[in-house]
Design a protein around this ligand. Structure first.
Ligand SMILES: NC(=O)c1ccc[n+]([C@@H]2O[C@H](COP(=O)([O-])OP(=O)(O)OC[C@H]3O[C@@H](n4cnc5c(N)ncnc54)[C@H](OP(=O)(O)O)[C@@H]3O)[C@@H](O)[C@H]2O)c1
Length: 299
């Protein structure tokens, strides 16, 4: 039986290394990204790794919930037509913005790091359940530790600090990951989180050199904070992909769910705040309100 894997933001950085690792493990791999040129280059590398199972590129801007819906429709149709299971979904897309941005009125870090993978996952649950045993791997970050734990609205009160807002969106996604794992207990769909630690990639190139990315209190310690950022993001993306590859493939994880794979590619305790029932409830409400699984059709 063919094993298939879809990796979002899989044409560069940690996502491409994850795709290559899954191709080497025998998966037929689909990578999702915005740029067709980078998509073609990624497929070429996947095919060089695994000629027996050609790679595939699907174009989608995952900062657009309409494009997320179209992508989910396309993937669900493809699996229904071919009868191949969707074995692994790696929600690898993530973004950090030094300056506040929004798309269609929704703040971009919450959109890209949480609402987009949330919506793709929810829309693909019937496909993942039909293909069980299957795994969902959501890529998290150590930045969850600096998150403002307020989830009444998409945007927390106070000023915009990109690193903290990124961490808050990743915390929402981690809370969702653990909540979903409990929801899908006994369905054969395992839900895991993977923390890559850090790597030198497009996402970290430039953003982490701007002191405006952190709160005024951390800015007072900027030389130290900057050195910490530099040290933690100096490694190769190939090493940072290990936690996602292990989460997607390790036979020791078979039948286990709600597990967080840490930067050393071993299970670690989940960040405690992500299991707080009030936080989980607030994230659930926000996600359903801002990324409904049925698109508004207009009057
Ligand atoms: N790097 C780190 O130190 C670090 C640390 C902790 C966690 N993480 C997490 O690890 C994951 C991967 O990070 P990374 O550093 O590899 O990121 P990255 O360098 O930004 O990844 C590049 C990939 O993301 C794609 N991409 C970016 N925005 C997209 C969008 N809106 N729609 C579709 N594709 C998009 C790019 O495709 P195009 O070329 O088509 O734009 C490319 O394939 C993220 O979830 C990140 O939060 C990273």
């Amino acid at each position: 039986m063919t094993k298939t894997a879809v990796i979002t933001a899989g044409t560069g950085g940690i996502g491409l290394e994850t795709a290559l690792g899954l191709a080497a493990a025998g998966f037929a791999v689909t990578v999702v990204g915005r740029d067709a040129g980078r998509g073609a280059a990624a497929v070429e590398r996947i095919n060089a790794t695994q000629p027996a199972r050609p790679g595939r590129f699907l174009a989608a801007d995952l900062a657009s919930l309409d494009q997320v819906r179209a992508l989910a429709d396309r993937m669900a149709d493809d699996h229904a037509t071919t009868g191949e299971p969707l074995t692994v979904l790696v929600n690898n897309v993530g973004a950090m913005f030094a300056r506040r941005q929004d798309r269609d009125g929704v703040e971009a870090s919450f959109l890209v790091n949480h609402l987009s993978p949330y919506l793709l996952t929810e829309l693909l649950l019937p496909t993942l359940t039909a293909g069980a045993p299957s795994r969902i791997v959501n890529v998290t970050s150590g930045a969850v530790a600096v998150a403002k734990r307020v989830f009444e609205e998409v945007e927390p009160p106070g000023g915009y600090y990109g690193f903290h807002w990124y961490g808050r969106a990743k915390l929402a996604n981690l809370a969702y990951t653990l909540d979903l794992a409990a929801r899908l207990e006994a369905t054969g769909v395992s839900v895991l989180a993977a923390d890559p630690g850090g790597a030198a990639t497009d996402m970290t190139d430039g953003t982490l050199t701007d002191p405006r990315i952190v709160s005024p209190s951390l800015r007072l310690l900027w030389p130290l904070v900057r050195r910490t950022f530099e040290r933690s993001t100096s490694g190769p993306a190939s090493a940072a992909a290990r936690p996602s590859i292990v989460a997607a493939t390790d036979p020791a994880l078979t039948g286990r769910t709600g597990v967080v794979i840490g930067p050393r590619a071993r299970p670690v305790a989940p960040f405690r705040a992500a299991t707080d029932p009030r936080l989980v409830q607030a994230v659930r409400r926000l996600s359903q309100a801002h990324a409904p699984t049925t698109a508004a059709t207009g009057a």
